[in-house]
Ligand binder design. Structure first.
Ligand code: ATP
Ligand code: MG
Length: 911
């Protein structure tokens, strides 16, 4: 083995030279974390030279610097599978390090040590190093960290206390010994998430609320992009200071201009870059000297434009990272903050929407601008807007964290074309969604849409059902159109959440009321029969010919005063959770007074949502807005979008009310032997393979997943012997994993009742198929029960997805399947099974005895656990699984293994 391959050796999982991560510090600085290199000795020497005697004492338990050289040599020694060293770099200097070293007698335990330069304390460097070291250690088989800390080492004690892991401490001879099991459970994950969200929010807050903005590339030409943005900033009444940078240094649009960022009299918080792509890197380097919080790069010509552009984007990102700047774009259409205190419109949209609670992020710039225009026209109130462009740095995940702590943002609206890190998205969305509803358009539902998205933003096509499940589990409202994005978001911004699904419809004509009622039923809302008291009151109020039950029709000739009274009676009914008003302007000029009545009654019942459909009426009557043009009640031109918005709010409210589920705890899993089987198989087949049936059975059994007894047999005689032992009738099928559709090969021999049958079946299979040395398997012939199917598919970006289906032979035909992303709670697994259309089959359909559904659920949960633990499981199929009153048993198992990327998708890092 040569020296270089020796260095590249994969030890225990993670190649030490592979670690290269940028991450945010608590104060929004950006630190680079990487594995140590042999060439780091002099940088480490510099670091040691700059730290205080105290710090030396904490590291070596002595004031003497005598051990420094020895330590550096040890830190820089060639990688092996016993130790790992991470360093933290800031501005090209090493400012911290973290190491682990496994114990001689127990490789699952490792001693750890940390050191952070005195001047860099309190920024969270140590915590970040700990998190990354722990993630790597875990992948390399370490299960427990051991730390020896001096009792006066407060920073270290504090870090260990706050990290989110359990710890045992005992004091011995003036040293505290810590044992920290690396149980990355939900408590730990949540602690990491909180740190990530806080850092993200802090780093983006200054970008979104800048006091000083510079627009580079804003020249005299009114067609220039920079010029247009500058004009919009000025006309939008930006409350901060704005400067233009252009070659001539001449004023533009009344704004002072300079020839270079270096000349600016004030340091910009945000630099907007609208120069040709070839000049962007130079501008970014100049900007870095002025330490802005962020760069908004409008210029195109980056990753969306081929290899050269992609390289340029990498360089741009590197410049931003080194300078601690967040990067929005490139290839984006700007940002806006409609907060009247900021009033920043750094976009191409000339008119800004009124201030409101919706924050919007759009991956497509053009869609974003169209959306802003639409919002401005229809009274949709916005808080902030971000056009994410190529998402080189700032992505939807970061933006959600920023909105989470932005008091003005009440609703998060996303237009997405791709996911960078969907598993992180799922966690962030789940958390943010508990407080603020998230509405998203995920473009690319259709194949044509996916092709379009992929060719213009290099987005990976994602199976749509997976996206649906991801959104549903995380409480995200998925909508299909931009129009519905605003329809739904506006409802969330303006109206309270419905307490239930009982709807009352009030209108002044019959047809539209019926349309609304149909829409409600289709969307899962209930158009209830109104209470006796409500009907009596309406009957005494309304003229002959009016309908006093739902949908209520006050008839066209009724005066507005009476309409208002009817609305009040209906709203007062405690059985009514939401009121849908469907008004048609039959009497000319009746809209304003009706609008006023709706606004008035909705204010009186402010805990109940009202939606107003002013049929065919263009625009929004002033009576339904406050002084600033913001809506008081969500208004729609047709009943269908109104009802869709209401139904989405009701679904979200239900999701939010859901009690946190319980994660299953399986005591009987043999994780080690399952992992060993996978590792051994992949060592033999590095590019992946199907498992033979006996191996598949072994893997599943380790996770407590029950299969029908399956006995391997290599010859006819062995098969007969196995059959005799199992007892007739039996089933015979080939054992090799390579036969994927055995029935189609006529290789599943069912219901064999004698030794002769078995011998004949074996002979038939062997004569047609090459059984190699794996032979066949013999199973008892099982009968009865409902045929279900369970499965796992591991998507490269989404991770494992678990499937449950029903229908046996017809399952493909019926496509009655439900998908979820692990981790799954018991309640989610239950709900997944019950969501199947044919689920009633399990619960005793038409006098059949009810099956033991808990057994199927248990199998599903174990499968989810298996899939999460072993990402090498590329595909897994249990089809059929017989579910009977006694339990659930799989008759067939197919497993395909493939090498999986090792990195933990949930560690804190910038993308
Ligand atoms: N032990 C058994 N007892 C009863 N029926 C069985 C048994 N094993 C298989 N079957 C029946 O035979 C069918 C096909 O067998 P199996 O699932 O093992 O093969 P397969 O390769 O998945 O075939 P296909 O691709 O057609 O589903 C099963 O769906 C089931 O109906
Ligand atoms: Mg099968």
């Amino acid at each position: 083995m040569t020296a270089s391959t020796e260095e590249q050796r994969i030890h225990g999982g993670v190649r030490s030279e592979e670690v290269h991560i940028d991450a945010l510090l608590t104060d929004a600085g950006i630190v680079h974390i990487r594995s140590v290199r042999p060439t780091d000795a002099s940088a480490l020497r510099d670091m040691y030279a700059s730290v205080s005697d105290d710090t030396i004492y904490m590291r070596f338990f002595t004031m003497s610097r005598a051990s420094v050289e020895e330590d550096i040599a040890a830190l820089c020694r060639p990688p092996d599978d016993r130790h790992f060293v991470l360093v933290a770099e800031l501005g090209g200097r090493i400012i911290g390090l973290a190491t682990y070293e496994t114990l001689d007698w127990d490789r699952t335990r490792a001693e750890v040590a940390f050191l952070v330069e005195d001047t860099q304390r309190g920024r969270g460097v140590g915590t970040l190093l700990f998190e990354h070291l722990a993630a790597l250690a875990l992948q390399n088989g370490v299960k427990t960290f051991i730390a020896e800390v001096l009792p006066e080492n407060n920073p270290m004690l504090r870090m260990l206390r706050d990290i989110g892991l359990p710890r045992k401490a005992r004091s011995l001879e003036g040293v505290v010994h810590f044992e920290i099991p690396l149980t990355m459970d939900e408590t730990y994950r949540a602690a990491v998430d909180r740190r990530e969200a806080a850092a993200n929010a802090r780093s983006l807050a200054r970008v979104l609320s800048p006091k000083v903005v510079a627009v580079v590339g804003a020249g005299a030409n009114p067609q220039g992009l920079g010029h247009q943005i500058l004009v919009n900033i000025v006309q939008g009444g930006y409350r901060g200071e704005v400067f233009a940078i252009n070659r001539s240094g001449h004023r533009v649009a009344g704004v002072p201009a300079y020839a270079s960022l270096a000349d600016l009299p004030a340091s910009p918080d945000v630099v907007i870059v609208a120069v040709p792509a070839a000049e962007v890197l130079a501008v970014a380097r100049q900007a870095a000297q002025r330490h802005p919080a962020g760069l908004v790069v409008i210029s195109a010509g980056f990753a969306e434009a081929g290899a050269e552009g992609a390289e340029r984007q990498r360089e741009l990102l590197a410049i931003c990272r080194a300078a601690g700047m967040r990067l929005i774009g490139p290839n984006c259409m700007g940002i806006a903050n409609i907060d009247p205190e900021i009033s920043l419109n750094a976009t191409f949209c000339a008119t800004m929407p009124p201030p409101g609670g919706i924050s919007l992020m759009s991956q497509s710039g053009a869609v974003g601008i169209a959306a802003l225009n639409h919002a401005a026209r229809s009274g949709v109130g916005l808080a902030t807007f971000i056009s994410a462009g190529n998402k080189a740095d700032v992505s939807g995940n970061d933006v959600l964290c920023a909105w989470e702590s932005d008091p003005r943002t009440r609703v998060c609206a996303l237009y997405l074309e791709s996911f960078g890190n969907p598993r992180k998205f799922a966690r962030i969305a789940r958390r943010v969604g508990k407080a603020k509803p998230i509405v998203a358009v995920k473009a690319g539902r259709t194949l044509a849409g996916i092709r379009g998205a992929a060719s213009h933003t290099a987005a990976a096509a994602t199976p749509d059902v997976v996206v649906d499940s991801l959104f549903a589990q995380a409480g995200v409202t998925r909508v299909d159109s931009l129009e519905d994005l605003f329809n739904v978001a506006t409802f969330f911004d303006v109206a309270p959440l419905p307490a239930g699904r009982r709807v009352a419809i009030v209108g002044n004509s019959g047809g539209p009321g019926v349309l609304a009622a149909d829409a409600c039923e289709a969307a899962g809302l209930e158009v209830i029969q109104l209470g006796e008291r409500t009907r009596t009151l309406l009957r005494s109020l309304l003229p002959e010919g009016a309908a006093v039950d739902n949908p209520v029709d006050v008839v066209a000739s009724t005066e507005t005063r009476v309409f208002e009274a009817a609305l009040r009676i209906v709203a007062h009914d405690p059985e009514v959770d939401a009121v849908v008003v469907v008004f048609t302007e039959i009497r000319p000029g009746s809209i304003p007074e009706t609008a006023k009545a709706i606004a008035k009654v909705s204010r009186e019942y402010s805990g109940k949502p009202f939606v107003a459909c002013l049929l065919g009426h263009p625009g929004i009557p002033d009576e339904l807005t406050d002084g600033s043009g913001r809506l008081l009640v969500p208004v729609y031109a047709f009943p269908e979008p109104a009802v869709r918005a209401l139904a989405a709010a009701e679904r979200y409210a239900r999701w939010r009310r859901r009690r946190p589920g319980t994660f299953p705890h399986f005591e009987d899993l043999d994780r080690e032997s399952a992992a060993a089987l996978v590792a051994a198989t992949l060592a033999e087949h590095p590019e992946g393979t199907w498992l033979d049936t006996p191996a598949a059975v072994q893997l599943l059994t380790a996770y407590g997943i029950t299969l029908a007894p399956t006995v391997a047999a290599k010859s006819s005689a062995e098969a007969v012997a196995a059959a005799e032992r199992i007892g007739y009738p039996v089933v015979l099928k080939p054992a090799a994993g390579s036969f994927v559709h055995k029935t189609e090969l006529h290789a599943v021999k069912l219901n064999l009742t004698s030794a002769e049958d078995v011998a004949a079946a074996f002979a038939d299979i062997a004569s047609r198929l090459d059984l190699g040395d794996t032979g066949v398997v013999v199973q008892p012939m099982l009968r009865g029960g409902v045929e279900a199917a369970l499965g796992v598919v591991t998507d490269r970006t989404f991770g494992p997805v678990v499937m449950v289906g029903l229908g046996g032979v017809a399952s493909d035909l019926l496509a009655d399947r439900a998908f979820r992303l692990p981790p799954l709670t018991v309640e989610e697994a239950d709900e997944q099974i019950r969501s199947l259309r044919t689920a009633p089959l399990l619960f005793g359909y038409r006098n059949a005895p009810p099956t033991k559904v808990e057994a199927l659920r248990d199998m599903l949960l174990r499968l989810a656990e298996l899939a999460s633990a072993l990402p090498e499981i590329a595909e897994l199929d249990l089809n059929p699984v017989l579910v009977s009153p006694d339990g659930a048993v799989a008759l067939d198992a197919k497993v395909r293994l493939a090498p999986a990327p090792h990195d933990d998708p949930l560690v804190r890092r910038l993308r």
